[in-house]
Design a protein around this ligand. Sequence first.
Ligand code: PMV
Length: 321
Amino acid sequence: MNFLGLTNPDYSNTYLNRRGFSFSMATARACGKIILFGEHAVVYAKPGIAVPVKRSYSLVTVSAADAFSYTTDFEISSSEAKRLESAFDIIFDRLDVKEKKFSMEIESNINPGTGMGSSASLAVAAIRALSGFLKIEKTEEQVNDIAFECEKIFHGNPSGLDNTVITYEKPVFFRKSSFEFLTLKKQFYLIIANTGLKSSTKEMVSTVRKNYDSDTVRYGKIIDEIGDISFKAKELLENGDIKTAGRLMTRNHELLGMLGVSTIELDALVQKALRAGAYGAKLAGSGGGGNIIAICERSQKDYVFEKLKGSSKEAFITLVS
Ligand code: PMV
């Protein structure tokens, strides 16, 4: 992968080719994300907390061409390609594209289906790169809005949490399609460890919906408790109490298990993280596979990382500040 070593995420430029004709291109990058608290409950209008993960990102380059085409540096199935093309149509429509005389090169180091926000990241990078190429000014709010429309294509009934944290690249407390930025009093570390199993957000969201419809009282209580945890966790993070936030994180994982979205592999990684001394751990994202996160202080992070690295497909440490 060639990420061009960009320090500035967005740029657009006009170049001269060998015959001296000018051509233009624009590139934009968007980060990945991880959900600290509240996934699934956010779909039921409860709050959730998510943070950007900058080492994971998508990069989209738009270049002048005779007709529209696109490439991806990752494999996509024909149904994923269809969804991607439908998302492009939304972007073209919202950016009022008249003539599609450009090509798109899509690169990403975000594993899809692992709860890192690959689709929202791709949408945000594509919207920004194309606006740069067309020299159209779009506010962050407009980018977020279009990315949300794309997320509906990818996930059916998204809460809007992914596109929001990715557009603004800041920790957010999200509720009922409105949000506020979260100021963390104290930085902390997350170990993100991947089970190696992929899952579909759309399917996991519909699993929870089926469970909820089958016993609204029981599942409603679980969702309410997750919502309460997000409210408390917001306060704890704003006050720098990482230890208590960790305990709530582990409880959040148990509740996600009760909703029917954890797996043996996710539970095993969570247990491993806790035994290694993490303050708390949980699955992150829609579940059914994907990642767990473990919250740590600086002094704990390397040991927890080593333990998780040995039992997961891939693990890394990220600083949240
Ligand atoms: O895309 P993921 O796997 O990070 O999951 C999204 C989080 C959900 O709450 C499960 C769905 C949503 O739209 O918020």
